[in-house]
Design a protein around this ligand. Structure first.
Ligand code: NAD
Length: 478
């Protein structure tokens, strides 16, 4: 199969005629060829988005809401295809792709359709005048997303950008192009206005960079790694673009001594290994109270060893492959580093039997104990199925250990005492914290990180505000 760009409502080959292979990481097979697009393709997409802006931005919000609902309906009909394509592009289990990726990609459109209805007109009355706050679209916006939750994260940006009246240039990861292409097929099938959503496929260093550099793209919403985020920030800042950066994480899971051990072990295992640990919110450093350390760790190892690593297409698979052979090698190099620093592998790595497929990028869920809290494996983002375990004696010590990294995205606290959990959560330098749960999301709430995990928030009103410019009109009374 050959995927094309989607520019001005048409499937369009890259101007230079170059393509890249898109491989299935679970077996090394070729999924498709995708455009290796250039600056020229981005320019052509920007021209289309500029022409479409005038009509799209003039629609009423209800008309745009109606289009979001039509997209959600169109995606709903292709739900099984979304899950299959995400499974083939990423190697994640099909059941996870159905439950999380397909479900949320559709919900993002219906959620923002509903949420945009609740936008209130802002008015501030003075003694002798009234201020009217007007929302305007930003213009042409650039959306750049990673491979771990492909359409889920892309639609999380497209839906609010659209509903606020912007036109879009979007670039999915070169490793996961297929569901963005499926979205274009849906747009085509519903006669969606041409040029409003343009998808340019290709590499970050060419297409991504061209989007960030383009003077007529007025806002950049980027989700990806912290190092790439720095490049994006450096490029966009001197042009005074609106910028939202959702970056990496190295999140703590804190197990307090008063917890129900069995449910905490289940929660910690899920937080560490969902999607092979390739979720920015994954709890990859597990901090355990001294008093319950051994009992908890035994239960956790049991939970992790019950996870079935295998063919992502099989319904009983819990852990599929990671995104690529190169990523598998990077993860293994961290496991080797941990061993060389005295880390004890409690489970995983070579101890688990993996699918007998030399071309698959499989890594067993791996738990490592005995590392210092500031060792590289405990503070750097590995973004794979590897979690380190550390012990603490007091809540204050757990908080200090949680805050030691340069990241500040998320974390979870497990305790029998809600108030104690909230008190600990309050002192962790992260944007998103859970008590006795993990990845429990209300889409109206702010989502984003502090420190090296990013700048800005997405979700509900925060997304609608990012994709709008506010003007205040002050009218003096007669
Ligand atoms: P990445 O930074 O390598 O790539 C992300 C996107 O940026 C891709 O589309 C890539 O092609 C593009 N890109 C690369 N170089 C670019 C450049 N110079 N200019 C513009 N775009 C460029 O990240 P990845 O490996 O795809 O994803 C994994 C990372 O994403 C992890 O660090 C993870 O924590 C992070 N992530 C964060 C969140 C969040 O919400 N905070 C969510 C998911 C993933």
């Amino acid at each position: 199969m050959q995927i094309e760009n989607f520019i001005d409502g048409k499937f369009t080959p890259p101007i230079d005629g170059n393509y890249l292979p898109n491989l299935n990481p679970a077996n090394g097979e070729l999924n498709s060829m995708i455009p290796d697009s250039s600056h020229d393709d981005v320019n052509s997409a920007v021209n289309a988005a500029k022409s479409a802006f005038s009509n799209w931005s003039k629609l009423t919000i209800n008309e745009r809401i109606d289009w979001l609902r039509q997209i959600a309906d169109g995606l709903e009909q292709r739900k099984a295809d979304i899950a299959r394509l995400e499974c083939e592009d990423t190697g994640k289990p099909i059941s996870l792709a159905e439950r999380v990726d397909a479900e949320r990609s559709i919900t993002n459109f219906s959620f923002f359709a509903d949420h945009a209805k609740s936008i209130a007109d802002l008015e501030f009355r003075m003694d002798d005048a009234t201020n009217y706050v007007i929302r305007k679209p930003v213009g042409v916006v650039g959306l750049i997303t990673p491979w771990n939750l492909p359409l889920y994260l892309l639609s999380w940006k497209i839906a609010p950008a659209l509903v606020m009246g912007n036109t879009i240039i979007a670039k999915p990861s070169e490793l996961t192009p297929s569901t963005a292409n499926l979205l274009c097929e849906v747009l085509d099938s519903i006669d969606f206005p041409k040029g409003v959503i343009n998808i340019v496929q290709g590499l970050g260093s060419t297409v991504g960079q061209a989007i960030v550099e383009h003077p007529e793209i007025r806002a950049i919403s980027f989700t990806g790694g912290t190092e790439t985020g720095k490049i994006v920030a450096r490029t966009a800042a001197p042009m005074f673009k609106k910028l939202s950066l959702e970056l990496g994480g190295k999140n703590a899971t804190i197990i307090l001594d008063d917890v129900d051990l069995a449910s905490a072990a289940k929660g910690a295992a899920r937080a560490a290994f969902t999607n092979s640990g390739q979720v920015c919110l994954c709890g990859s450093r597990i901090l355990v109270a001294d008093k319950i350390y051994h009992e908890f760790v035994d239960l956790l190892v049991e939970e992790v060893e019950a996870m079935k690593v295998g063919n992502p297409k099989h319904r009983d698979t819990d852990i599929g492959s990671v995104i690529s052979i190169a990523h598998k090698d990077k993860i293994h190099s961290y496991i080797d580093l941990a061993k060389s620093e005295g880390g004890e592998i409690l489970t995983g790595s070579e101890f688990t039997i993996l699918p007998s497929n030399a071309n698959g990028a499989f890594v067993a869920p791996t738990l490592i104990a005995n590392l210092n809290i500031d060792s590289r494996c405990a503070v750097e983002e590995i973004f794979g199925p590897v979690a380190t375990i550390h012990r603490f004696t007091t809540d204050e010590e757990a908080i200090r250990m949680a805050n030691i990294t340069q990241y500040g995205l998320a974390g979870s606290i497990w305790t029998g005492d809600r108030a104690r959990g909230v008190a600990v959560a309050n002192q962790i330098d992260s944007g998103i914290l859970w008590v006795n749960t993990w990845l429990h999301r209300d889409l109206r709430t702010p989502f984003g990180g502090v420190k090296n995990s990013g700048v800005g928030r997405e979700g509900g009103d925060w997304s609608l505000n990012f994709f709008s410019e506010l003007s205040n009109i002050c009218v003096k009374d007669d």
